[in-house]
Ligand binder design. Sequence first.
Ligand code: CAA
Length: 390
Amino acid sequence: MQIGIDKIGFFAPHLYLDMNKLAEARNIEPEKFTIGIGQEKMAVPPITQDTVTLAANAALNILDEEDKQRIDFVIFGTESGVDHSKSAGVYVHRLLGLNPDARAIEVKQACYGATAGIQMAKGHIALNPDSRVLVLGSDIARYGLETGGEATQGAGAVAMVISADPKILAIEEHHAYRTNDIMDFWRPIYSDKAFVDGKFSNEQYMAFFENIWNQYKEKSGLTLGDFEAICYHLPYTKIGLKALRTILTEADEDKQERLQTNYKASSQYNRNVGNIYTGSLYLSLLSLIEQKKDLPAGARIGLFSYGSGAVGEFFSGVLQPGFQEHLHVQQHEELFASRKEISVAEYEEIFQNTLPADGSDIELNTQDDPAAICLSGVKDHMRQYTNRAD
Ligand code: CAA
């Protein structure tokens, strides 16, 4: 039985900041951000979007009534969750009107959470072939104004339905993974912004990739020549390109060219959204399969997942016949086209406009947020959500 991605959708908030303008405001050459880091636009979440609403909006766009009945497991990967106890998966389960006879949990290991979710879903479906699992990767990446990580912020979510006989990507059996307790990036419980050792985090990303890629080749017997594309966790798009370049000479010249062309397609959405942590690798996969129109069915795609702290994994999937018919390209193009640019001053104001930290109530104005599902306030310590699609 093949198991894999049957549906995949994406959501980002409606506001963005142009990286050229951020560079100008920070007295930095724009090319550092657009070429050196490889980012064009950064999604900026208004206060009415949190990780729950981002994920719920991403899933809302791909689920039909049958999915809502058949999903019996919601796995929510995030590192910017909204509650230390209650899982974000439970909120999303209710907001989407899913069948109550389901499990709903949250998974945390930095940007690796959604990958853990996919592997867990795979095991669940192997035991329950009729089941469908909703895997979510949703995050708001916050480092702080005028920090080294500022240019690598972002916000958004990817939603995937994992099932038997998947229509988009069948996940193969070979995996290579690794854990090492390091402090390259973390967020203490008292902080709403990440702490990061930028250079060390880059080094560790590369070291994990080298180790895991070699392990994967040994376990699977596959070589780079067997891959049509490799998608990477993309905190910023330059880092995946650098990782790809470290192994390119393992393939012949034709394949090298194809891998580089496909890398460009796989980083297009990320370049215009920024880091979305847990969803980032799957946004890259979505970008590849929606933007590279001539990918053949049967092509093998490699996926490199990296979650600081750190856990990494390399696995692969094979594109299924007719997969293009099951994508939501137009919906995603409209999402990008309808976004609104904001100024650096507006971005700074939105960044600092956070929910009360003392537990007091707040009512939020959701009128300016076109998303179907929004955070409308906090009352008696409970987040209030509205769903215009109801
Ligand atoms: N034109 C073109 N390129 C330029 C340039 C210009 N005018 N000026 C600088 N550059 C290039 C630099 O040469 C450099 O390129 P190389 O990496 O090829 O050397 C690149 O722009 C970036 O410059 P710096 O290394 O000087 O950048 P920095 O130190 O200011 O910040 C960063 C980079 C460390 C990634 C920082 O943005 C950061 O800390 N980000 C958050 C952490 C992060 O994303 N880490 C990634 C791995 S960890 C992970 O993957 C988990 C996760 O999601 C967080």
